[in-house]
Design a protein around this ligand. Sequence first.
Ligand code: DX5
Ligand code: ZN
Length: 221
Amino acid sequence: MIKIAPSILSADFSDMKHAIYEIEYSSAEYIHIDIMDGNFVPEITFGSKLVSDIRQLSSKVFDVHLMVNRPENHIDSFAKAGADIITIHQESTVHIHRVLQMIKARNLKCGISIVPSTPVSAITPILEMVDLVLVMTVNPGYGGQKLIQSCLDKVIELKEIREREDYSYEISVDGGINLATVQDAASAGIDVAVTGSAFFAAKDKNAFVDSIKKLAKEAIS
Ligand code: DX5
Ligand code: ZN
């Protein structure tokens, strides 16, 4: 069964508590938290203060996706705020290996993400040390975009590498995942699906999470 990571990027920021409770009382496993710096990506979202405030409201796994340049400057604050997984972008710093070590040294899970134009080969040297690979299936920066189908080939590739090398990372996809696209992602071999606009557009969040998991299960059985 795949795990679901609703992204609060598509929540109503004026009613964040309600959004967190909607995730909390659904069968989603993670809360996906998109940090944007207005530099690595065009928009700015929020910082570690929000993460630490919502930490009081939820026992879900906090999946923090850093879309920021120089992520090394922000690991401490997000670790202290209560992140469980911190994912950085391959394109965001020269010192990927060092930043992943920083995350691990804080006893957190570490993830690596690649944008649509970055091949899997750019991260093969560090795959042995990561707990999560976040394959961007849209260009990062906004919710509500259409999934770029060719990015799913990277999921297949990552699954093959994991089997061959006996690695243990989870494979997650981020961008354009909804009831119509989750089966293609599941067939490619994902473990986790991030879903922002589709989750928050659903009237019944519980039913949405159950349906998306059911569809994914059907696709692989
Ligand atoms: C995009 C973010 C995503 C976003 C996904 O840059 O990283 O996590 O919230 O939104 P949807 O599911 O609407 O594509
Ligand atoms: Zn994200």
